[in-house]
Write a protein that binds this ligand. Structure first.
Ligand SMILES: *Cc1c(COP(=O)(O)O)cnc(C)c1O
Length: 432
């Protein structure tokens, strides 16, 4: 049995414990939703204020040069690159994950159309994040491809001679299950397909080695584990071997080789820079930089090993405590126990009851937890294969073992007292 004292002891000897001091967290909150919106770095408020009052207020348009605004996508990209196994000059921070996915999927389909014109399938996972599937669906319609969706265990067998592109999210947003990027990329290539990875739940959470894995394209999110702030710019990487083969479809002036020549014709910038489109949100870039800088000490030169081992220890501890203390309440585990197969979150399911008796209750259980200051989130199931999910993200930068203990104790109390059945916890909001 794990005790509170055990957890306190683990915090006391945790070499990463002081990393938490880089962040401003509200008192009385155990924040287990850093996989959805990361927390506020201490430096962000003053830095954004400085950009507003000095760089904008005083510097005005001169700041594009004097304050380094113009190169922010590349500067952020170079800070992200080591965390995802990419080289300097290979990543830019820009736009949203959805938009970057559109760019790389479009390039991938172009490439496939040239190199393997007979292939007409874009393969992905049915439980991929919806925006990824929507973007893929739209592009397939436009380009005459078919989007085929399968379950994770069906991917290998589905990589047939018709598959042009395999598009996957490395760590599943619902279950936290993680693909073996190198093995899946190799299988895709062996089958003659290109592979696009979404790193939304990977960057800053687990070690990623894009280049070693031989990936073709990748996108990821700035506001989750990278702590870049709400709506932070996302990022995009293209394997340098083919970064220059195509224009991406959103060929805006920021991706032009010489934007300030103002020529009427488009000439793409070299390398990843052509994946920029238009003017960047500088205030958001400044906040993102504060988030990225919190990794300087945590992951020196992009070495994620210390963060990863703490993340695994935290998620192990949570799973074990739920087993020990919350049995008999109909909870199940949607996240693989195998270390190599999970990201940095744990998703719990709850037995489905008929809707007339409140369904799984997972939504209301999460609302009751949030009212107690334990913030995770809820993801609805489809009533069939995919159950309702209680999602808990464990960010090793600022979560400790005592937090894990208290989170599970609150969960136990909410279940034991049936606090979640109260009407106020059963009202839906527009953002879950
Ligand atoms: C969070 C997330 C996104 C978010 O896309 P936005 O364009 O930032 O809204 C996309 N894909 C995955 C897999 C995600 O987890």
């Amino acid at each position: 049995m794990i005790t509170l004292a055990d957890c306190q002891q683990r915090d006391a000897t945790d070499p990463l414990r002081t990393l938490r001091d880089q962040f401003t967290l509200p008192a009385g909150v155990i924040y287990l939703d850093g996989n959805s919106l990361g927390v506020l770095p201490n430096t962000a408020a003053a830095r954004v204020a400085q950009v507003v009052t000095q760089e904008w207020g005083q510097g005005l348009i001169r700041s594009w040069n004097t304050a380094g605004w113009f190169n922010m996508p590349q500067r952020m990209g170079d800070k992200i690159a080591p965390l995802i196994g990419a080289g300097p000059g290979e990543v830019v921070a820009t736009d949203t994950t959805s938009i970057n996915l559109y760019k790389v999927l479009s390039a991938a389909l172009h490439m496939a159309a040239q190199d393997a014109p007979g292939r007409k399938t874009l393969l992905s996972e049915r439980s991929n994040f919806p925006t990824d599937l929507y973007m893929a669906e739209a592009l397939c319609q436009e380009r005459g491809f078919t989007l085929k969706l399968v379950e994770p265990e069906e991917i290998a067998a589905s990589l047939n001679a018709d598959v042009a592109v395999l598009m996957l999210t490395h760590v599943n947003y619902r279950t936290g299950a993680m693909h073996d990027m190198a093995a899946v990329s190799a299988a895709a290539h062996a089958a003659g397909a290109l592979v696009v990875w979404d790193l939304a739940h990977s960057a800053g959470a687990v070690p990623v080695a894009l280049k070693t894995a031989g990936a073709n394209f990748a996108v990821g999110c700035g506001y989750k584990y990278l702590n870049g702030g709400p709506g932070a710019p996302a990022f995009v990487w293209v394997n340098p071997q083919h970064a220059e083969r195509f224009w991406q479809p959103l060929a805006g002036w920021w991706g032009h080789a010489t934007p300030f020549d103002f020529t009427p014709d488009y000439r793409p910038a070299p390398g990843i820079n052509r994946y920029l489109c238009g003017t960047q949100p500088i205030l958001s870039m400044a906040a993102l930089e504060c988030g990225l800088d919190t990794f300087a000490a945590a992951a020196p030169q992009g070495d994620m090993r210390a963060l990863r081992s703490k993340s695994l220890a935290l998620t192990d501890c949570f799973m074990d405590l739920v087993d020990e203390r919350c049995s008999g309440f109909g909870l199940g585990l949607a996240t693989p126990r195998e270390h190599a197969q999970r990201g940095s979150q744990v998703s719990l399911t709850r037995d489905n009851a008929p809707a007339s008796s409140g369904g799984s209750g997972a939504f209301a259980i999460m609302q009751a937890l949030i009212a107690r200051g334990v913030i995770g989130d809820f993801r609805a199931g489809d009533g069939q294969r995919h159950l309702d999910i209680l999602r808990f993200g464990f960010t090793p930068l600022y979560i400790g073992f005592e937090d894990v203990w208290h989170a599970v104790e609150h969960l136990r109390q909410v279940l034991e007292t049936r606090e979640w059945t109260r009407p106020e916890f059963n009202q839906k909001h527009s953002v879950t």
